[in-house]
Design a protein around this ligand. Sequence first.
Ligand code: SF4
Length: 190
Amino acid sequence: MKTNQIYKLVERLGELLKVDARQTGAEHGLLPVQLEVLHYLSSCNKYSDTPMAVTEYLGQTKGTVSQTIKTLEKKELVIKIADDHDKRISHIDVTPSGHKLLSQSIPTAMFARTCSNLSQPQQQEINAALQQLLVTFIKSNKMKSFGICQTCKYNHKNEDGSFYCNLVNAPLTDSEILLICREHENQSCD
Ligand code: SF4
């Protein structure tokens, strides 16, 4: 069993990524958690852009997430929008300034440099192995998958090539199916 070795590798990578995120965030006046929340909000769909979903995804406390969103709002990197049907729910949209900051900082410079020193086959191999580790971790611990529509059991492809979500009963655009969702369930769970 390689449990200890894998744990040490993932732990070390996690530590290095934290250093990387701290440096990158500091260049833009952001703490690592603020950069993480901004990145999550830019990658999730409209069913997952609430403070509660951010809390679930990052495993942070409600207080930390609330404070982080307030800071991002003050910096005009995100904007709160009340839900059309339930005014108690807020959706958090990333502003053009937020998207611009992310395009300049994610992937971080250190990480991009690392990947540029790996061949395409090496990158594909690492990607597949990490994907397998992530999916197995989530399944083994019965956690929310936060995957994308393309791999979700509720995603239905219509005859005309368009997509439809059978959970929320709504059509999905080509760009929406690439976003992460708090309601995602793996096709293989069927
Ligand atoms: S198809 Fe799945 S991932 Fe996509 S919006 Fe529906 S529940 Fe979410």
